[in-house]
Ligand binder design. Structure first.
Ligand code: SF4
Length: 281
């Protein structure tokens, strides 16, 4: 597959035939800047296929692609991502729907799909995860904190999501995802500009300063009805909670139904002032 994208230098978008060797990568040492608490870092054996490009190379790729692909179609963006990163590309999925993983798999079959298994999900969300895994078109990976929910709650001497949502998200989502993403050069997100005012300027490709990698927001300009339509036409999965008042689905204790006219993400940490878990900051 070849894409002729003006402005992208061939040396930047060529796909290396060389496979990354995970044993060459000292994840814990490389994590030191991103993960202040080593106890939260998952076992490196659970991580992905590694990085071969330098941070400077990845940053240049992101900046060039952000401009060149600003008006590109989802097909063009995902084809470029697959060609450029191969198995060093992952997809993050909340299991609100499976459009992101299933669309990406058209260009990168068997792509790794990272699901943040916090231990607090709705049963319906875990069922979508299992159904997606059963399709066999992608590789679903549960990204977990090392601590069990019981250990986590013991640390807080109570329900962490009632005591400190920032710390709870940090331990159950942010730190485990930071570690998992260290095994890839780029990730595809499900962020949409229509989700909320805070996401209105989401670019289709960007340099991810937090994770030192390329972030591919291939669905940035999609709307929820477009997600629903694509899923229906392509037999992708939609979480049943979606049609029960949950257009955005996170952990059970922190997600409520939204009222007509509210932002899709209005039900997340409602009333707390918190709008993001931290993985996109
Ligand atoms: S969304 Fe709520 S339960 Fe889930 S990790 Fe964040 S604070 Fe904890």
């Amino acid at each position: 597959m070849s894409l002729n994208i003006p402005g992208l230098a061939g040396s930047l978008i060529s796909v290396s035939e060389e496979k990354a060797d995970p044993s060459d990568i000292d994840y814990v040492a490389r994590d030191s800047r991103l993960h202040p608490d080593p106890s939260l870092i998952p076992d490196p054996a659970d991580l992905g296929p590694g990085r071969v490009r330098s941070e400077a190379e990845l940053k240049e790729i992101a900046e060039v692609a952000a401009e060149a692909l600003a008006d590109a179609s989802t097909d063009e963006i995902l084809a470029w991502a697959a060609e450029t990163f191969g198995n060093r590309l992952a997809v993050a999925c909340s299991m609100a729907n499976t459009v992101g993983p299933e669309y990406t798999a058209r260009f990168q079959p068997g792509v790794d799909v990272l699901f943040l298994e916090t231990g607090y999900h709705f049963a319906e969300t875990l069922e979508v995860r299992d159904q997606l895994a059963a399709k066999g078109t992608v590789n679903v990976i549960d990204v977990r904190a090392r601590e069990t929910v019981a250990q986590h709650e013991a640390n807080f001497a109570g329900k962490p999501y009632e005591i400190d949502t920032t710390a709870c998200c940090g331990a159950r989502k942010v730190a485990p995802l930071n570690a998992a993403l260290d095994g890839y050069e780029a990730w595809v997100t499900g962020m949409r500009r229509s989700d909320s005012a805070g996401r209105a300027d989401t670019p289709v490709v960007q340099w991810d300063r937090s994770h030192k990698m390329v972030k591919v927001n291939a669905f940035a300009n999609w709307t929820l009805p477009e997600i629903e339509r694509w899923a229906a036409l392509n037999e992708a999965l939609i979480n049943p909670l979606h049609y029960d008042g949950f257009p955005s689905i996170g952990c059970g204790p922190c997600t409520r139904r939204v009222a007509p006219g509210e932002d899709a993400r209005a039900g997340r940490w409602a009333g707390s002032g918190k709008t993001e878990c931290g993985i996109h900051l």
